[in-house]
Design a protein around this ligand. Structure first.
Ligand code: SF4
Ligand code: SF4
Ligand code: FES
Length: 269
């Protein structure tokens, strides 16, 4: 189909219909064709920085999240060459930060980890681990920021700026020293709130923005990507983000627990 409002695209041999003005990613999402992504998140302006959504459009590599649909588009996505780019990009993120999945509370719902599984990354890449020393900002009563796991996707910046209207986050530093900072000396001195969209589980794809007292809320086996490959929601046209909330998240009050050297009756052990 090709009329004033619609175009026909060919992705990996499959014909799909797109609306003029859509990005390649939006058109593919609507047609149930998943293109891997990390910096893009539904409801936020595309940023085009992680390049995990790279595809070939008529032979040229473009970012699907920012590239508008064009007439006569021939798109290559699930090819060996493109998936090799994606694997390299995702592998380098593991080497650039400090990622210790077994002790990370995002494990099982982390998009970086899930993307590595989807792309079949099973071994360390032949790069050194940079092991940066980065600060953890635990100053806020309800939120902590662990920069060691940040992948600089900028989703928190856009969510805070465009949805919450707050500008809590910003990029600071340059090159290898670039990281996420807050618009104050520490998070506690910003107007960040646990109820901000920027602090929701949908926004930070990894375990960098931490909601205090909610860690490890889903048991192994019931975490989002324990049972679902990342992108399957789009391939099956079933929104999955609801499953992030299907398990009740309880705020734990430390006062509910007896001191470590007392038993449940208050007797010293
Ligand atoms: S943020 Fe994701 S990849 Fe990094 S340690 Fe946590 S689970 Fe692993
Ligand atoms: S804190 Fe999370 S959302 Fe913000 S840039 Fe880092 S990884 Fe992305
Ligand atoms: S999702 Fe397109 S560049 Fe990150």
């Amino acid at each position: 189909m090709s009329d004033k409002d619609h175009l026909t695209l060919n992705i990996d041999g499959q014909k799909i219909t797109a609306k003029r003005g859509q990005t390649l990613m939006q058109a593919c999402d609507a047609a149930g064709v998943y293109i891997p992504r990390l910096c893009d998140s539904e409801g936020l302006e595309p940023q085009g920085s992680c390049r995990v959504c790279s595809v070939k459009l008529n032979g040229r590599v473009v970012a699907a999240c920012t590239q508008p649909v064009v007439a006569n588009a021939h798109i290559e996505s699930e090819t060996e060459e493109i998936n090799r780019y994606r694997k390299d990009l995702v592998s380098m993120l593991f080497h650039e930060g400090n990622h210790l999945c077994p002790i990370c509370e995002a494990s099982g719902r982390c998009e970086l980890q899930a993307m590595a599984y989807r792309l079949g990354i099973s071994q360390a890449a032949p790069h050194p681990y940079l092991e940066p020393v980065r600060p953890v900002d635990a100053s806020h009563p309800d939120i902590a920021l662990d920069n060691n796991r940040c992948i600089l996707c900028g989703r928190c910046i856009r969510a805070s700026r465009d949805v919450d209207g707050k500008h809590v986050f910003e990029y600071i530093g340059r090159g290898i020293h670039k990281r996420i900072g807050v618009n104050a000396d520490c998070l506690a001195e910003t107007d960040a709130s646990i109820d901000d969209h920027a602090m929701s589980l949908e926004v930070c794809p990894v375990g960098c923005i931490i909601r205090k007292r909610e860690g490890f809320f889903a048991p192994v086996g019931e975490r989002l990507y324990d049972t679902e490959v990342i992108g399957r929601d789009i391939e099956t046209q079933q929104p999955h983000h609801h499953s992030l909330h299907k398990i009740e998240v309880k705020q734990i009050d430390p006062a509910d627990f007896p001191p470590f050297n007392k038993d449940d009756n208050g007797d010293t052990v």
